[in-house]
Design a protein around this ligand. Sequence first.
Ligand code: PLP
Length: 393
Amino acid sequence: FVSFESVVMGPPDAILGVKTRFLKDTSEQRTNVSVGKPVVLEAVKKAERLILENDARIKEYLPIAGDPEFRQATKEFCFGADAKAVKEDRVATVQALSGTGALRVGAEFLNTHFPGTQVYIPDPTWGNHFKIFGNAGLQTHKYRYLDVKTRGLDFEAMLADLRKAAPGSVVVLHVCAHNPTGVDPTTEQWAKIADTVADCKLLPFFDSAYQGFATGDVEKDAFAVRLFEERGLPMLVAQSYSKNMGLYGERIGALNVVCPSKDAMTRVMSQLELVVRAMYSNPPRHGAAIAATILTNPELRAEWLVELKAIVDRILQMRKGLREAIEATGAPGDWSFITNQIGMFTFTGLSAEQVASMEKNYNIYMPSNGRISVAGLTDDKLDHVAAAIRSVL
Ligand code: PLP
């Protein structure tokens, strides 16, 4: 007889827990720097109007693999329309429930066809990586990534750890704007990572949650994936449109598997469809229609890219503002990492105790790993945040 009385309480989600505490805070100076506030882009609103006017089948089921127009457009967005793998039709692409769903489908596929695969994940990383791969039945390990002292990339340690991985192991790589550190490899370092991956016969699983969000240029931000594709390496890529199109709640993304031949792609597609069918049958329609419309309509695409660039420019402005505000307090140490780090987050290196003290005494909310979402900052909050940081040093 099951009564559910035996179920124990699960731990709260690190980020969502922060938001709950923030919402309970009634202080006027309360500041949430754990997440950004998504705005609905004009390009998205226009795409939605077009969809309403033109798509009469709007509530029908999508195919298991998702919206065909979206699948083609997202593949080209990721690899480039001229990429060899795209032209030769060697990329198996399924629409996914955003980046998280894409990672989960990829992990399930790997566990089914390559059981026992070891997965190497950067330390630190987006916290959900361990849970996603672990829940799919794969064994996870960390590889060294951040040098805590310099708050930069510990490149030699990273390569040394990857070299120790058994052939066939999966290595999870953030395409750009690494979360939570904001630290990305340089183009030269990416070339060396590709060498190591090829030499050690590792399988890269790219997580592309921020294409366009690092530099404001969607082509530049795809550099790492395109380099590996040019080298002819097999790989998986999970894409998300949560951030770069601001489509968080629409849950739109894709999983791409780069195969050696069109024939292999067809077989992989059939297996990805089996995974999807049993997990959620077929994906939702609306987000795919929005993303496909924006990606394929030249006017909307151009408008979106301008809006995206403006968001990234504002983040860069906030980085500069935060650094200057902290330096103006006379805080000891080198704060250049704030403007050197990439993407919407800055990894401050503040300890969990310092973070807790900022929350208690200054009503500033961030996850205990000291990661600030620069996208969540505004000009009027900079001095308050800087003063709080100064006080806990
Ligand atoms: N991967 C990374 C590195 C992320 O930072 C995030 C979101 O924060 C995701 C994946 C997944 O986000 P979503 O499922 O909304 O696409």
